[in-house]
Ligand binder design. Structure first.
Ligand code: PLP
Length: 395
């Protein structure tokens, strides 16, 4: 295929996406503070950020980032196994492991890479031990988990979203030559509902499997000092491997794999997603350490977030919007086709709210939605204004 042929195929495809209202375009969003942005000259209240506690603009976090950069430089300069593991990286990993109550933790440049590295580690060790890995994953797992599982060359099965009966049948089918791993998220990114962690803990009594739990959207939001949903449910030792992303409630970026010392050592020795990528810039461990202190010392942020999320959820249910169950700050208003969702997002934008429409392939066809995310920093007046605008949506 010549370059010309390739570009004409790409142009045709993009044109078709436009016709189907499925084409993506980036918009320039200038942050004013944790909950306000400017888009095309219009100031909007941001209901599309995962910065649940407003830490991206917390003065202590910003001060820690500036100090980290002043002391350790703008970049790490090398991969962690070469010369990129600064004392700040080591300190942040140790503090995160203590907070998460795991033996060890490894910091990576993104949550996507953290998921990739964790699955690579599971697969690499199984292969070395002459065992086959069989991964059982929830249908609504995040793309980073799906990509990690698919690229690992492991056998995998997908169970229906939170389908514990099907999962039990799949677990029962596994044979002794296999290491079975269940992969799920504590709070699902696009539906905002929770995994059945209690049911998983019961399955663990019956079957032998490892649990990999992505706590991207529950870290900072649930549990004492924001340790996550497993902590909140008293199931701290349930997951064998947990993922914490720093891109959500920590308000910065990066991902952390938390697990036993031997798991983390195996990751450092075998996961290509970790080994062959430059260590995170020092601002990231700086922000992580400051974020942990905020979560420990300002529990009122988590309480406010939870109350505001409940208030919006209760009101939307009363308005008879179709929203998946739960109490998380991710509130998905399922609208159906993509044009309806885009139109609703546009009406909200005209009223001063940024609520992005989520369309296929991110979500299943005919489940396009407004994905509203609540922040501890939204004021009552802003939450009320959002409800008023949602009440008067024309569809
Ligand atoms: C559940 C889940 N896991 C992992 C990721 C990837 O994290 P990151 O954006 O830090 O790469 C995301 C979001 O982007 C997510 O929602």
């Amino acid at each position: 295929m010549s370059r010309h042929d390739w570009e004409s195929a790409a142009a045709d495809w993009l044109e078709q996406l436009s016709v189907d209202s499925l084409r993506r375009a980036r918009r320039v969003v200038r942050a004013i503070d944790a909950t306000h942005v400017e888009v095309d000259g219009q100031t909007l209240v941001n209901f599309s950020s995962n910065d649940y506690l407003g830490l991206s603009h917390h003065t202590a976090v910003i001060a820690a980032c500036c100090e980290a950069m002043r002391v350790h430089g703008a970049g790490a300069g090398a991969a962690p196994l070469v010369a990129g593991q600064t004392p700040l990286h080591a300190e942040a990993e140790a503090r995160l492991a203590a907070w998460k109550q795991t033996e060890s933790a490894v910091l990576l440049p993104s949550g996507y890479q953290a998921n990739l590295a964790a699955i690579q580690t599971l697969a690499n060790v199984a292969k070395r031990g002459g065992k086959s890995l069989r991964i059982l994953m929830d249908k609504l797992c995040h793309a980073s988990l799906i990509d990690a599982v698919r690229s690992s060359d492991s056998a995998f099965r997908v169970f229906p979203h939170n389908g514990m009966e099907k999962l039990q049948r799949l677990l029962a089918e596994g044979d002794t030559g296999q290491i079975q791993v269940v992969v799920t998220e504590s709070i699902f990114s696009m539906d905002g509902d929770a995994a059945q962690l209690k049911a998983l803990s019961l399955l663990k009594l019956q079957y032998s499997f490892l649990l990999m739990l992505d706590e991207a959207h529950s870290s900072g939001v649930y549990g004492s000092a924001g340790r996550g949903l497993a902590d909140e449910l008293g199931l701290n030792s349930l997951a064998d491997v947990s993922i914490v992303t720093l891109s959500k409630a920590f308000g910065c970026g990066g991902g952390v794999v938390c697990g036993s010392q031997v798991f983390c050592d195996a990751l450092v020795n075998s996961a290509r997603a970790y080994i062959y990528s430059t260590a995170t810039p020092p601002v990231i461990p700086g922000a992580l350490l400051a974020g942990l202190s905020v979560m420990e010392n300002e529990p009122e942020l988590q309480s406010r977030l939870r109350e505001s999320s409940k208030r919006i959820r209760d009101n939307l249910s009363r308005m008879r919007f179709q929203i998946p169950p739960g109490d998380s700050p991710i509130i998905a208003i399922i609208l159906g086709d993509q044009n309806t969702a885009l139109n609703a997002a546009e009406q909200l934008r005209a009223a001063g709210h940024l609520c992005i429409a989520i369309r296929p392939p991110t979500v299943a066809p005919n489940t396009s939605r407004l994905r509203i995310t609540i922040s501890a920093r939204h004021t009552d007046a802003e939450l009320d204004a959002l409800l008023t605008s949602l009440r008067s949506l024309r569809m």
